[in-house]
Ligand binder design. Sequence first.
Ligand SMILES: *Cc1c(COP(=O)(O)O)cnc(C)c1O
Length: 471
Amino acid sequence: MNYLSTRGHPDRKRFCDILLEGLAPDGGLYLPEQYPKIDTATLAKWRELPYAELAFEILSLYIDDIPPADLKAICAKTYTAEVFGTDEIVPLRELEDGVYLEALSNGPTLAFKDMAMQLLGNLFEYELGRRGAELNILGATSGDTGSAAEYAMRGKKGVRVFMTSPDGRMSPFQQAQMFSLQDENIHNIAITGVFDDCQDIVKAVSNDLGFKRKYRIGTVNSINWARLLAQVVYYFAGYFQATASNDRPVSFTVPSGNFGNVCAGHVARMMGLPIQTLVVATNENDVLDEFFRTGIYRVRAAADTHETSSPSMDISKASNFERFVFDLVGRDAATLRQLFVDDLGTQGRFDLSGNPAFKQAAERFGFKSSRSTHADRLATIRDTEKRFATLVDPHTADGLKAAREHLVPGVPMVVLETALPIKFAETLVEALGEEPARPKKFEGIEALPKRVVKLPADAEAVKAYIAQNCD
Ligand SMILES: *Cc1c(COP(=O)(O)O)cnc(C)c1O
């Protein structure tokens, strides 16, 4: 399997080459040259497999530069009941007639990003070991991504994590999750500033090419293809749990921000998994809902990006969206460049409303969308508690609301549960007047010793800290 860039660069790469990379050299995103198609016999065989073996079968179709026995061992080591809480790994439960919740948030940090990041940690350790190389991961987080990365990379050979976060601006629970890690290869850096300052620092350090090369700086952001690929697996696992046979369609609703999660659903559908509809659920930051309603993709300015009660979906642009649009325009790199380089570069938007391709988003690729507000979120959390004695987090609540707007009788609707309610206790308290129960392993974590350094919002200070901690 070879990988190409959405922007038409002539080079073709293999999986392990792009594993440790971010963007393609031309600024595009990597995609496989074609999606492997699954026949009915294969699908029937896969239905019977435990999660780790299903993961191995799917990953094998995209990874041909890791020996199968090694890849199998990596999958077996990653997807265990010990790490994810159950043998099913992503258990499905029926909430109401035809509506299901697929639990993706029982990993170490209680959000779905663990599903991919835990695999990435093991793949990085394997590949760096094979090359005798090291990697220093530099990131900026306001919560979920940073902690998922730290829990995936802790104790891994050849990897260090330098994670910046805005000082005092994460919830006490999220802070405690990250700062209580005592592993030597994990460095928490609290920046005196806001999240944008952290992102600016990461950009400034990465733009210093000499420093980047000398200290082997890398990232684990959501455009990483391996993360997306890992997520394809739970669409298959959810499908098998929601159906008794492989001739039945299923729809999925996905609380979305950077379009990484739902893009994995798109890949599963392109492989031939019988997915009828992919519902993109957004919050007040409705860049994606606007596109699927109108054909206009309009990047928001910082001032127009809202801080909401489903903060992991607060985006101004959706960094994985380019992958889907590449397929939508028939994989024509010139058209793609026109949209993402020329139009977005000069006008901050592109308009496909008059283009016949836009109709295909719904008709051929099965996409629909919805938008939720803070009031919707509270109402959904209350209603779900009252009618089903089930607590959902604010992101999953956005999903549930969207799902109900696109139900089709006879077609199971699977809502992806992207976080557990305890991560967003403040909003649960606002909705219900009480704190959600906390899993045992997180009791009292706020009182644990914290490992964190405080630095000013200055890229030079962060560089000096990295240099100091890299021997
Ligand atoms: C990251 C995240 C999302 C958004 O996922 P994307 O892949 O960026 O679309 C939704 N909910 C939660 C809880 C998240 O952490």
